[in-house]
Design a protein around this ligand. Structure first.
Ligand code: CA
Length: 254
């Protein structure tokens, strides 16, 4: 009996080649607008994801705890509890990736939400295509099939799965965004990463407008690494271009 390509595509539900199909996930949508909830759920279900939905914060919290999803889409404007409050409650019990959706504008609000533990955000009104793209990107990031589990540069070690970074064996107390920023720079150690790339990769703002956000996070990251822009060890500013992470001279790389 011959096994052709068509047989493979029907029998192999989870192919070894992770590039051939986007990953599917169990997703919980917490959204009080029934119209948006239905459209988002239908679109993601059509992509093969498994969907559960809740119309209030408390219903959503129960659902997440009970079903342990791989991704949560959370509306910040909920009738019974502020979505940001629910996000803090979720973060106390789970590290599940969370995309927040919000009608509220403003950099400060978005930065606050991301620092509170959201992995990404969408401003309403958003298109189904935008939602699908964010879900795909987040699933890819959390899978990281080809990536090393722990990145080591000099005395800096970054454990992707545990989301924990250590310097000379001491755990660094980093916010979620500081961790993501450090991981991005360490992933590309030796290369200059531009602020625009940092905004796109860490804050999902590819079109700029948040330079100060990057500067503030870089500065606090430097402080936590025990260095400064004037006396760099790992984070080197390349003026007009960006920032390069490299091991201090005299220390070995990976
Ligand atoms: Ca709402």
């Amino acid at each position: 009996m011959q096994l052709g390509p068509s047989d493979l595509s029907t029998t192999s539900k989870f192919p070894q080649d992770a590039d051939s199909l986007p990953p599917v996930a169990a997703i919980v949508i917490i959204e009080d607008d029934p119209h948006i909830r239905r459209l988002a759920a239908e679109a993601l279900a059509a992509n093969g994801h498994h969907l559960e939905t809740a119309g209030s914060a408390l219903e959503g919290l129960k659902l997440v705890v009970a079903t342990k999803p791989e991704l949560v889409i959370l509306d910040l404007g909920l009738p019974d509890l502020d979505g940001a409050e629910l996000l803090r409650m979720l973060r106390a019990v789970t590290r599940v990736p969370v995309i927040v959706t919000t009608a509220r504008e403003g950099d400060q609000h978005v930065v606050g939400t991301l620092d509170a533990g959201a992995d990404d955000y969408l401003t309403k009104p958003y298109s189904v295509a935008q939602l699908e793209a964010r879900v795909r990107a987040l699933m890819r990031r959390s899978e990281q099939p080809g990536a090393a589990a722990t990145l080591v540069v000099g005395e800096l070690a970054i454990d992707r799965a545990a989301r924990e970074a250590t310097l000379a064996g001491t755990i660094l107390d980093l916010s979620p965004k500081e961790f993501d920023l450090l991981m991005l720079l360490a992933d590309r150690a030796g290369e200059v990463v531009s602020k625009r790339e940092m905004l796109a990769e860490v804050w999902r703002q590819p079109y700029g407008g948040g330079d100060r956000t990057v500067d503030v996070h870089l500065s606090s990251l430097r402080a936590k690494l025990g260095e400064s822009a004037r006396r760099p060890r790992y984070l080197h500013t390349v003026h007009g271009v960006g920032v390069k992470l490299s091991a201090p001279s005299g220390e070995t790389g990976r």
